[in-house]
Design a protein around this ligand. Structure first.
Ligand SMILES: C[S@@+](CC[C@H](N)C(=O)[O-])C[C@H]1O[C@@H](n2cnc3c(N)ncnc32)[C@H](O)[C@@H]1O
Length: 221
């Protein structure tokens, strides 16, 4: 069993400003643990998490692959999240580089087709579009959940970049809610980019029905 990262260095003051790991985060860890052998077998060298928040997920990935097993990169629009991510890595002896930016704005085109493991637990809660725009502009904790129309406004922006980011063997893991319309997400990724998808784990948590989806290139032959 892969241990849940030690988060004892984070305090209520941190969680006033940064998303506190919750059911979605823990389902993400469970899905990655279930896929750990598959992930290791690909010998990934570059992992990128978008929206790393506390840093819990990338630190967990560091436990799967080892502290020197890969380069761990994270982005977040919330500058406090970037600090917490680095601190969580340090607390668990996983070196993580965190960048305070939106999605991949500071990484593309340099890292084109270089990401072996791409992770995103996005702001997925359906809200009105203006709330999502304000949350994105503020870079504060509201950006952790406000997802705009169908909860997909931020996720859709990343989906457009996934094919450019992934290496030939790359895997993309995404957290989604049932209301995000998972069949439509999977159909779009298949039709637009030829990326096949699979639900690796799902769970009901209160009113939310959460899914962890995995996307990868489809090789025929
Ligand atoms: C649901 S929280 C997930 C946090 C953490 N990965 C976890 O699983 O606990 C979503 C995170 O995405 C970040 N975020 C929202 N919009 C973003 C954007 N455009 N670019 C980068 N990060 C973003 C938020 O600040 C927040 O930290």
């Amino acid at each position: 069993m892969i241990p849940t990262p030690d988060l004892s260095h984070l305090t209520k003051v941190d969680y006033d400003r940064v998303y506190e790991p919750a059911e979605d985060t823990f389902l993400f860890l469970d899905g990655l643990e279930q896929d750990a052998e598959h992930i290791r077998s690909l010998h990934p060298t570059v992992c990128l998490e978008i929206g790393s928040g506390s840093g819990c997920v990338s630190t967990f990935m560091g436990s799967i692959l080892g502290p020197t097993g890969a380069l761990y990169l994270c982005t977040d629009i919330n500058q406090h999240a970037a600090r917490c991510t680095v601190a969580t890595g340090r607390q668990n002896k996983i070196p993580i580089d965190a960048i305070n930016c939106s999605l991949t704005s500071s990484l593309l085109p340099r890292l084109r087709h270089s990401i072996d493991i791409l992770l995103f637990n996005p702001p997925y809660v359906p809200t009105d579009g203006e709330e999502a725009l304000d949350a994105q502009a503020s870079g504060n904790i509201s950006g952790a959940w406000a997802g705009g129309l169908s909860g997909m406004e931020i996720t859709n922006k990343l989906l457009e970049e996934v094919n450019d980011l992934l290496s030939p063997k790359g895997l993309f893991y995404l957290v989604a809610l049932k209301q995000n319309d998972i069949p439509a997400i999977c159909a779009m990724m298949q039709d637009a980019f030829g990326l096949k998808s699979q639900t690796i784990i799902q769970r009901r948590a209160g009113r939310e029905h959460l899914f962890i989806l995995r996307f990868e290139r489809q090789y025929v032959g």
